[in-house]
Design a protein. Structure first.
Length: 403
């Protein structure tokens, strides 16, 4: 009897376990049946029947690895059109013998026209689709078609999408106001009450017609170059305008995204002096006893080094460096002031003042959140800046200074 019971248990266990061991993913696709997509461009089509024009930059693996290379382009661009994003993806699949795999997309480029009409629908797709990644970087093609960006052959990387990622990383460390903006950042920006996201711009600098050929990489001066450019400022999910210069740099400072940037100021009677501002710490506070009339205090502390001083200033003197600090402070305040005034003009709180207000006075925030754009446009602000010049790099006085 005991032996029969044991045999029955063993049989039932085998029936339950063996199918689990042998089972696989019901929708699995073998690797050699996948086309790896490195970048996606989203353009506006003609009419509602072709509202979305999606271009997929597919990696040609043989050309990248060098094995079985045929000397063709390392990437191919497949385009689909449809009333929705998903329909456009299905349309593009008719052109390729492999399944378009979106799990490795590094870059999404949206045309300016699409950004002006609104991007919330496509953001919903990107968040909902299991194959896509919320860490993909997003750009807006300023005044150009998005698919032209992904069609540009580049010198430093065989894959244009990778080249764009690397350029953003480089400029964020050296120039200042361009920084990583991922799909998830954009979605959270759209959800800001009375605000919106900020997205990096990108353009083709040069001749776009010569951008998609290997000849673009064979000359000392390429015919066309992908260039990270200004910041696209949004209200909700629609593009409101472009930020550049002081306005863009001040916006990046307010987001605490600055890794370093050059500051050039004029010293009375001595020409220009260039600084490398290598550290910035910014904090925003608010006096919100009256939620309808909040007062924001922007406090920023910076450290900088002198990179150029082609003049007769005595940089060995602590007094000289102390006299330069107020000029750098005023330059920083000018940038932040320009950023805030521009955001108020657009009536879009993409700089995040509303979040500060909500943390400080939750009950007051409930009273103003439904008309926050109007409160924000009329709010007061003060800037408290401080800067310390830490050193003069590899030497003190210029060799041009007479001993």
């Amino acid at each position: 009897m005991k032996k029969s019971s044991f045999s029955l248990v063993l049989l039932i266990t085998a029936q339950l376990v063996i199918p689990l061991v042998l089972a696989g993913c019901w929708d699995s696709v073998e690797l050699n049946r996948r086309a790896i997509v490195s970048g996606v461009a989203i353009d506006r089509g003609e009419g509602e029947a072709e509202k979305y024009v999606l271009s997929f930059q597919v990696i040609v693996a043989d050309e990248i690895s060098g094995e079985n290379a045929r000397g063709i382009s390392p990437v191919a661009l497949y385009t689909g059109k449809g009333r929705t994003m998903f329909e456009a993806l299905a349309s593009a699949s008719r052109q390729t013998a492999r399944f378009l795999s979106l799990g490795h997309v590094r870059v999404l480029v949206i045309s300016e026209k699409v950004a002006q009409e609104g991007i919330k629908d496509m953001m919903d797709v990107l968040e909902r689709e299991s194959d896509t990644r919320l860490t993909s970087l997003i750009f807006v093609a300023k005044g150009q078609q998005a698919n032209d960006i992904l069609s540009t052959m580049t010198v430093f990387s065989k894959i244009p999408a990778n080249d764009l990622v690397e350029k953003l990383d480089t400029t964020s460390k050296q120039f200042g106001y361009n920084y990583r903006m991922e799909v998830d950042d954009v979605i959270r920006g759209i959800q800001l009450r009375g605000g919106g996201p900020v997205i990096n711009g990108v353009i083709i600098d040069g001749n776009p017609e010569a951008a998609d050929t290997n000849d673009n990489m064979k000359t000392i001066a390429p015919h066309a170059v992908i260039k990270v450019t200004e910041l696209a400022a949004f209200k909700d999910d629609r593009l409101k305008g472009w930020l550049k210069g002081n306005t863009a740099l001040g916006t990046a400072l307010l987001h605490n995204k600055i890794k370093g940037y050059p500051a050039v100021i004029r010293y009375p009677g001595s020409g220009f002096i260039a600084f490398n501002v290598y550290q910035s710490q910014l904090e925003v506070r608010v006096k919100a006893a009256d939620p309808e009339h909040p007062v924001f205090i922007v406090k920023i502390s910076q450290q900088a080094a002198i990179k150029e001083s082609p003049n007769s200033l005595d940089l060995t003197s602590p007094e000289t460096l102390q006299n330069l600090s107020p000029l750098l402070i005023e330059d920083t305040a000018t940038k932040i002031r320009a950023a805030i005034e521009t955001a108020k003009k657009y009536k879009s709180d993409y700089i995040g003042f509303g979040q500060v207000m909500e943390r400080k006075n939750p009950q007051g925030w409930k009273k103003v959140r439904d008309h926050w754009e109007d409160v924000f446009a009329a709010c007061e602000f003060r800037i408290e800046a401080d800067a310390v010049i830490r050193h003069t790099d590899m030497r003190s006085n210029s060799f041009q200074v007479n001993p």
